[in-house]
Design a protein around this ligand. Structure first.
Ligand code: NAD
Ligand code: UFG
Length: 337
């Protein structure tokens, strides 16, 4: 059985679908601080069977011990964490407590139960503003926020753990910009309040919840002046976790892999692609740059290809089509969320 912390969240829920579809038994552990338990039913609708679910916090050692005692867990995929960059600047202790201390408690509980296999959700944010694009895993750490530093700390913790006990099997996955939704439309990104990220903002404008998109700066040194990112379809990202688990099943190791497409798109290109995929017009206004934003980065995904045998298969049109399907379904079925 695979334990998925944060499995009710955006990336976790898509990964649980793929794990179940591939025949795995899955136990989701989530404190529901940024998700809804209804996602379990929607995951079951897609996969044809439900994962088990425990409402618990990764900081709760007793709850974790009970989980490891009650179930034969082979590996953990660890998504649980807080992820809002701006919020992490305002509330650093909360981020270090949840993301770093929470992971320490989880790792202790795993070690006590003899479970030494973990896939960890890290982020391309550990690279900060990279000197060279595409960004390879060898690029130096330059995280620019408490959130980014919490990811770096957990990465280093995992490296030290492996150095001390090489029986561990560890995959650190650095995600670029996860977007899109499951093509069934039953699960997708469902942010609380005003979305921080581009794609959910665009879909909320398209559905009429918000009047227009603010483009944060069109004076960057990029071809059309807007920021460039590596947008990866969340289903491709989910499949990257299955590939990582397979790689870990070979032998003890500690690997670090970028999960991105290798292709960057500007904000304007995303808006154009979305308008085409959805048939909706997205009114935009250009505003000033957002503090902390970098002009351009995208992944060098070659290590994931060779080491994990994984590459992203879905493009920007798939991303926009599936994000729009999800937004449309969610708006029409508020009682199911
Ligand atoms: P999400 O907020 O949708 O999912 C995280 C889940 O973890 C939520 O269901 C939340 O309720 C749960 N959770 C949070 N703290 C918990 C705790 N202490 N105990 C138990 N459950 C807890 O976020 P997501 O986008 O699915 O991100 C998943 C992981 O991937 C996070 O670690 C995030 O930092 C990382 N990541 C996300 C992105 C992105 O852009 N979405 C990019 C890079 C990395
Ligand atoms: N943008 C806008 N308007 C918006 C929102 C975003 O123009 O309303 C622009 C940004 O300026 C940027 C691009 O769209 O150029 C993407 O912005 P996002 O907020 O969607 O994504 P970021 O690249 O800023 O950050 C995301 C996650 C971080 C993660 C990082 C790297 O939010 O948690 O990717 O993986 F660390």
């Amino acid at each position: 059985m695979i334990l998925v912390t944060g499995g009710c969240g955006y990336i976790g829920s898509h990964t649980v679908v793929e794990l179940l579809s591939a025949g795995n038994e899955v136990l989701v552990l989530d404190n529901l601080s940024n998700s809804k338990v209804s996602v379990i039913d929607r995951v079951a609708r897609i996969a044809g069977r439900a994962p088990r679910f425990v409402k618990a916090d990764i900081l709760d050692r007793k709850a974790l011990d009970e989980v490891f005692k009650a179930h034969r867990i082979e590996a953990v995929i660890h998504f649980a964490g807080l992820k809002a960059v701006g919020e992490s600047v305002a509330q650093p202790q909360r981020y270090y407590e949840n993301n770093v201390a929470g992971t320490l408690v989880l790792l202790d509980a795993m070690a006590a139960a003899g479970v030494k296999q973990i896939v960890f959700s890290s982020s391309a944010t550990v690279y900060g503003d990279p000197e060279v694009v595409p960004v390879s895993e060898a690029a130096p750490y330059r995280p620019a926020s408490p959130y980014g530093r919490s990811k770096r700390m957990v990465e280093e913790l995992l490296f030290d753990l492996y150095a001390a006990d090489p029986e561990w099997r560890i995959a650190v996955l650095r995600y670029f910009n996860p977007v899109g939704a499951h093509p069934s439309a039953f699960i997708g990104e469902d942010p609380n309040g005003v979305p921080n990220n581009l794609m959910p903002y665009v879909t909320q404008v398209a559905i009429g919840q918000r009047p227009e998109l603010s483009i944060f700066g069109d004076d960057y040194p990029t071809p059309d002046g807007t920021g460039i990112r590596d947008y990866i379809h969340v289903v491709d990202l989910a499949l990257g976790h299955l590939a990582a688990l397979t790689a870990l099943s070979d032998a003890p190791t500690c690997l670090v892999a970028n999960l991105g497409t290798g292709q960057g798109y500007s904000v304007k290109q995303v808006v154009d692609a979305f308008e085409k995929a959805s048939g909706q017009r997205i009114p935009v206004k250009i505003t000033g740059r957002r503090a902390g934003d970098v002009p351009c980065y995208f992944a060098d995904p070659s290590y994931a290809r060779t080491r994990l045998g994984w590459t992203a298969q879905r493009g920007l049109d798939d991303i926009c089509r599936d994000a729009w399907r999800w937004q449309s379904w969610a708006a029409a079925h508020p009682e199911e969320l």
